[in-house]
Design a protein around this ligand. Sequence first.
Ligand SMILES: NC(=O)c1ccc[n+]([C@@H]2O[C@H](COP(=O)([O-])OP(=O)(O)OC[C@H]3O[C@@H](n4cnc5c(N)ncnc54)[C@H](OP(=O)(O)O)[C@@H]3O)[C@@H](O)[C@H]2O)c1
Length: 326
Amino acid sequence: MRAVLCKQWGPPESLVVENLPDLSAGPDEVVVSVKACGVAFPDVLTIQGKYQIKPAFPFSPGNEIAGIVSSVGSNITAFKPGDAVLGRGKTGGCAEEVIATPENLWPLPAGVDFTVAAGFGMNYATSYHALRDRGQLKAGETLMVLGASGGVGLAAVELGKMMGARVIACASTEEKLETCRRFGADEVINYETGNLRDAVKQLTGDKGVDVIYDPVGDRFADPAVRCMAWGGRYLVVGFAAGAIPKIPLNLALLKGCSIVGVWWGGLTKADPKRANAVFAELLAMVASGKIKPYISATYPLERTGDALKDLMTRKVQGKIVVVTGR
Ligand SMILES: NC(=O)c1ccc[n+]([C@@H]2O[C@H](COP(=O)([O-])OP(=O)(O)OC[C@H]3O[C@@H](n4cnc5c(N)ncnc54)[C@H](OP(=O)(O)O)[C@@H]3O)[C@@H](O)[C@H]2O)c1
């Protein structure tokens, strides 16, 4: 089977594609023939050794897969060869095969294609967990999303609207802002060309925003915290712009606000039952069409490096997915 491999920390150009022996399942494992694998900013960080999790070399990037079960271990009863599935691999997903365990696999619902199945999980789960569990977002509150046309950002826009919030989307180009409008943003701000604080003041008066969803960090974070309403919640989701910002804590005091960390991967380890319940709820929403993940591009397996490069250079909207051609 072909696999994209990271053999040393480095940029996307340092990934290689190699032929490896086919995988075989241990007694409690499932081998999935991968059709599609979602990739995201954490993969960009992981291959450079900049992510909080550092896999052993060589590894394949990508964690969210959809495909067909090709073989199962002797103890597996929940799946059989030929089943269409989605889920998280134990081994990296940018490969023609992955090994998975049954608790991280779900049957593919009718009407959901492999690309969407591999492209919604992490973004929507992160944003749903963030807004509902960590941010306690309520209907009628104002939600501001930074990096709002990106993977987790666009999911937060769509889910925030579904939860009854007034959604203000922030992004760097008019085209990206138009995408945010399409996914439900009530108002938009170009935070590259405009002054964020002035724009928020114009939209909310002196009140500010109740919940801020921040997957961007760096120079965008400080002005955003200054836009918080009294009693607001600032959700720390990621640092796509580079630096981990240092926020003066007096701002939390002055605004009576909370600065709240969000880590979906951490929840899957700390409370797998809760994480699986969140995931199952979202999968049902995708299957019923209540949420409509935006897959803006697909890349063949050998162009995985280009996919990660596009994420690094702010070219991606919504989600991108690598397809194996299997
Ligand atoms: N906490 C969690 O559980 C969790 C889960 C998934 C992802 N994350 C983190 O969330 C962040 C976003 O992930 P994602 O997959 O949604 O990424 P993405 O699709 O690439 O979106 C990131 C957005 O950040 C903005 N951005 C600003 N400066 C940037 C820069 N220098 N380089 C790249 N993007 C920049 C871009 O929008 P504009 O051009 O409009 O500014 C882009 O749309 C990452 O830090 C990732 O590690 C966290």
